[in-house]
Ligand binder design. Structure first.
Ligand code: PEP
Ligand code: MG
Length: 325
């Protein structure tokens, strides 16, 4: 089985009927890079930069960050690397940053909210990223965007740092700037966001948690964590269509992207990029190769319009791709 999968390492990812998608890996630190290359990922769809900040006892300097980002971008070049700006708060506090106590940290000042409120850290990260952009194909992504205003503010800060570096004649590459869609409000308004962002990536870990109103770290409500719930599928489908209507690609970097029951649905919806832990890349490439993307459109229609529960969706998927799952 491992051997069979290994033959797919240098293949592109294409469905049985010839629809090509991008299969990417999620990483936390540069030490994840060997696994990404070994498993033949075509890109990095999410680098979670929190670890760079959490694995230290003080804020990493701009140069320290630059070195890590450059290493990642350079090792993957010319393949794209999506690096997400800091997503602390929620379940990821920074011990050395004195933060106010929050009764409800998942609804509190996390991710982009924290970055916009404490711009010094954000600006230093953006400068490090921009300097690293000279070494490959970098894309920058903002987490937890809920309003257009937040995206515009973050983008304006990015533009500001970029123009300062341009004045200082620092070499930089072209950089696409996109957002995570992981707050239900952003999912519902994806058509408006799609007019202003270069790309969108669906963060289903949080999107499911916030849509089902279930804390993703609380075992007692883990039963509500339902990626195939028709409500979640409708949101994901809506995001993909909003992106395509505006001519931008839509990725997914939450766990759902590597889930074998979800993959046929996502392929049928037209998802462009699937990003997952490196260990899931080869078996997902194999699975996609066994699926007919066009045939799956009717599965998607039924799941979106006639299914009422997750279990009904699972049964539909299994019936639609017999022998595969
Ligand atoms: C997500 O929310 O789906 C995601 C990819 O981000 P994280 O798991 O880091 O919150
Ligand atoms: Mg998230």
């Amino acid at each position: 089985n491992q051997k069979r999968l290994a033959t797919l390492r240098h293949h592109e990812t294409t469905s049985k009927d010839g629809v090509g998608v991008m299969l990417a890996a999620n990483i936390g630190t540069a030490s994840d890079l060997p696994a990404v290359l070994e498993n033949g990922a075509e890109a990095i769809g999410l680098m979670r930069t929190e670890f760079l900040y959490m694995d230290a006892d003080q804020l990493p300097t701009e140069d320290e960050q630059f070195n890590v980002y450059r290493q990642v971008v350079q090792s993957m070049a010319p393949r794209p690397v999506v690096i997400r700006t800091l997503d602390i708060g929620g379940d990821k506090p920074l011990p050395y940053l004195k933060t106010k106590h929050e009764d409800n940290p998942f609804m509190g000042e996390r991710a982009i909210r924290q970055s916009l409120a404490h711009q010094k850290i954000f600006r230093s990260q953006l400068r490090a990223l921009l300097r690293a952009s000279a070494f490959g194909n970098l894309r920058i992504m903002f987490p937890m965007i809920a309003t257009l205003d937040e995206f515009r503010q973050a983008k304006a800060i990015y533009d500001d740092e970029r123009s300062k570096l341009t004045t200082a004649q620092v070499p930089m590459g072209k950089v696409k700037v996109g957002m995570m869609v992981e707050v239900p409000a952003a999912a519902l308004l994806a058509d408006r966001f799609a007019q202003e962002v270069d790309f969108m990536s669906v963060g289903t870990n949080d999107l499911i948690g916030y849509t089902m109103a279930a804390d993703r770290t609380n075992q007692d409500v883990a039963y509500l964590y339902q990626p195939y719930h028709p409500a979640i599928l409708r949101l994901v489908d809506r995001i993909i269509h909003a992106g395509h209507a505006a001519g931008i690609p839509v990725a997914m970097c939450g766990e759902m992207a590597g889930d074998p029951i979800a993959v046929p649905l996502l392929l049928g919806m037209g998802l462009d990029e699937f990003s997952m832990g490196a260990g899931a890349v080869l078996k997902t490439r194999e699975l996609i190769g066994q699926l007919n993307a066009h045939d799956l459109q009717s599965l998607v229609e039924t799941a979106l319009n006639s299914a009422s529960t997750s279990q009904e969706v699972i049964t539909m998927v299994q019936a639609a791709v017999p022998g595969v799952l």
